[in-house]
Structure formats: C-alpha cells, structure tokens
Ligand binder design. Sequence first.
Ligand code: NIG
Ligand code: FE
Length: 422
Amino acid sequence: MSIEKKTTLLIKNIGQLVTLAGVAPRYGTAMNDLGLIENGGIAVAGEEILAVGKSDEVEGHSPLAEHCTVIDADGAVVTPGLIDPHTHPVFSMTREKEFEMRVQGKTYMEIARSGGGIRASVRDLRTTPAEVLKEKTRKRLDTLLKHGITTLEAKSGYGLSTEAEIKSLEIIRDLNEVHPIDLIPTFLGAHEIPDEYHDDVEGYIKLISEDMLPQVMEGKLAEFSDIFCEEGVFDIDQSRRIQSAARQAGLKLKFHADELKSTGGAELAASMKAVSADHLVYVSEEGIKALARSGTVAVLLPGTTFSLGGKQYAPARKMIESGVVVALSTDCNPGSSYTESLSIIVSLAVLQMKMTTAEAITAVTVNAACAVDRAGKIGQLIPGMLADIVIWDMADYRELSYHYGVNLARKIIKRGKLVVKE
Ligand code: NIG
Ligand code: FE
C-alpha cells in the first residue's frame, strides 16, 4: 500500500504558471511552448513537486502537512528555478581596468596577449588563500540565487596548475554542500596556456592529460571538461586531443567554440558528441548543421558580446530555425561578462538576437537543464521533478525581457524550501 504524500508547500493563485511541461529538449517552434496555466497552483512534498494545475484543483489534491507553508502568489508569474549552464564563478580579482581599455578601443585578444585577461586572473588566483576565494565565490552565489538561479554550472580555469585547479574545484565542491544553489562542476584546465608553459604548449597538454585529469577524477571533482577552442589559445587538433583524454577519463564534454573567430569549434564539438557548444558568435553554416544533427546544445552568451562592446551576436534565429537546441547563460566571469543576472541575458537575447521571450525562457530553464545533462530532473514544473521555483514580481511573463535591468525575482524555492523570502 502506498503512503499518501502530504503537501509541505503550497503556492496558490498563480496568474501565469510557466510549467514548460512537455518535451525536453525543445527545438524549433516547440521553444515557444511554455506550458502556461492561468490561475495555477503547485503542491510540493519535501524536495519534489507533487501536483501542478489550476489553483483550486491543486489545493484539494492532497492533505496539508502540519507545518505546511502556504504562499498566495496573488496573480504573479511563477517559473521553474532558472538554470545557468556556463559560469566561471571562482575568482578573486576583478578586471575593470581591462574593461576600460576595451571601451577605449583595445580588443579582448590584444589585452590577453599582452599579459592581461585570463592569465592575469590566474596569477591572482594562485596567490589568493582558499578561504578568501571561497568567501568571494559564496557571495557571488548569493547574488546569483537572488536573481532566481537555482542550478549553476561552475568552471575552474583560473588555476592552470594542478594545485590551483584542484583548489578551485574543491571550493566548488565545498560550496555545493552548504549553499542552496546546486553546483555542477566543470574542469577547465584548458582555459588558456599559463605563463610558465608559454613556449611549451605540448608540455601543458601533457600536464592536463597525465597529472590534472587523474587527480580531478580521483577526487570526483568534476562532471564535465571544457576548453577554450579559439585561435591563439587551443587549436582544433589540440582541443580534440585534450577533450579525448578528458572523455577517456570519464568526463562529459563542453566547448567554448567560435567565440571570437570561426575556427570549426562547433563542428568539433558536434563530432565529439559534446553535451554543449558555447558562445558560437562566429559559428559557420556547417557548424549549425552539425549541432542540429548531433543534438549538442548551443549555449549562447549575449552578455559577452554586450560587455566586450561588440556588434555581432550569435545567430540565434538561424540556429532555432535549423533545429538546434538553444540555451542561454550569463557566462559570469571577471573578463568578458561580469553579471549575475540571467534576466539581463534574457533581455539581450530578445532585443539583440530576436528571440521571443518564450524562447528565451525555454533557454534558461528546460533547455539549460539539457545543457547540463539534467533533463527530466530540473527546468520544468512537473510532478516528480525537483521543486525549484521562482515567484516573480510580474503579472505577464514577457516582463522578464521587457522590464529590463532590475531584479524581479521575489520568492525563491530550492528543493521545496523557501530560501529567498522577498
Ligand atoms: O567565456 N573565453 C573564455 N573564457 C571566458 C572569459 C574568461 C575571462 O576573460 O576571464 C568567456 O568569455
Ligand atoms: Fe566562458
């Protein structure tokens, strides 16, 4: 006999309940399907969603537990907790000087090649005590959570020595244990070539394959491996070799691909059956076709074009029309996109890449779940899935893009617990 579950959290009178119920991933016209329920309700039992439907039906669905939390949404919009599938949150030093240099005309690569950029962050991270780094990262997670993000992919990549990469991944592991946000760790030892290997890229590839990867696996410190596949960083052949070693070690793959130039990164990611290929500002026609065929999720990061002061955004419309699964992310990092707001990214996607608001919401929920290999667990409000929920200060979901530059997330529920009250 099954024991009837009791409702531990009830949200009623939801004006627009954005469930995203249905297929995952969503591509083509299905990206516009929000699974919207007007005057909806959600019942939660423990960490999981118990019932979703019309408010009055859900209220009578099952008995309320003794200390059940009841929230009257008063006509507001409710969505799944947002998922940010591409961030670099473990850093100490910020790089506003470079930001100003770019505004005055220097390019990202010029600054990087003259010793700034990622390598400047690396010099800083290596000398910053782990406790200081952890505290700064924790504060960043607090800000991300307040913006409605309940799951975050988090990369290392500012260490670039075995010791400093492990230090970064251990911070991600430790924070995952204590912070409401669920963190998905990605090893990004191939983010850049560190100063000491400047004239010996092969030596650095060997270090990644033979020293870093075994230690990362030994400590169970990562689920994905990522790489900066770009002209002047890791070329196609080097990227293939590094990612083959990572896959052989047991990691799933992600790529920074075609961010600053078209190099065939998307094609490589698709051919290696990567879970995602990210950036894709300069993706080729062939690359788009390859992504559509392989089902590799395209994670677009319009905050990067915006913050680098660029004009060209990733061709989102073309990708959606070609059947590519599109997700969106902040790319939160101190260099190319320093923001914790996925709502701003949604506004940029709509205004600059001509996505509909519904497509953009799909891209930060159900499709973002696919970009971190969590389809069927998060990103949709369906009974049995995790109760990660945001109540927004808006009556129409389109305000998420239209009412830009302010944080409209009000109440945030993570694994069935109210973790941000107002
Ligand atoms: O996604 N492109 C490589 N990595 C980051 C930038 C990192 C940095 O500049 O610190 C990105 O744009
Ligand atoms: Fe990135």
